[in-house]
Write a protein that binds this ligand. Structure first.
Ligand SMILES: [Zn+2]
Length: 146
């Protein structure tokens, strides 16, 4: 038996983390993909409106902003250095463009990135997203093979 990096319950069905993250990035329920994930800009619904999946177990905390800062920092920093090197822009143009672009990118990315993190947590059954059968079934190491 190969170790896959996490403990699984013998009765758990595997969840595809790629499709769960894709659904989360689209701001949809990671379980069914049709219900909306958010009730407001960054507030996750307690339950899916379509399938009833309990979404209250998410604990994305500060990870989505960290990911967004990393993405935006690399894009804005790289673009700023590129334009600084090859274009003869006046300083006011830099001062007007980069902060507005950074703010727009942060606001545009924050919700889908948080959805992706919630989808990943759901797929890995983190923080109570599992079936809560830990007390009933013995744990085993590895994936769902044999
Ligand atoms: Zn759903």
């Amino acid at each position: 038996m190969a170790f896959t990096g996490r403990l699984t319950n013998a009765f758990e069905a595997p969840r595809d983390w790629r499709s769960a993250m894709r659904r989360g990035l689209a701001c949809r329920c990671p379980a069914c993909g049709s219900g909306r994930l958010f009730s407001s800009f960054l507030k996750v619904r307690p339950n899916c409106e379509a399938c009833g999946e309990d979404l209250s177990h998410h604990r994305s905390d500060d990870l989505p902003p960290y990911i967004v800062i990393t993405i935006v920092g690399h894009v804005i920093g790289g673009a700023n250095l590129t334009f600084e090197s090859f274009a003869e822009w006046p300083m006011w143009m830099h001062m007007a463009l980069w902060p507005v672009l950074a703010l727009a990118m942060c606001l545009g990315l924050l919700q889908p990135v948080k959805g992706g993190v919630v989808g990943y947590q759901w797929a890995l059954r983190m923080h109570g997203f599992g079936d809560n059968r830990d007390e009933e079934a013995p744990l085993r190491v590895g994936g769902n093979e044999g």
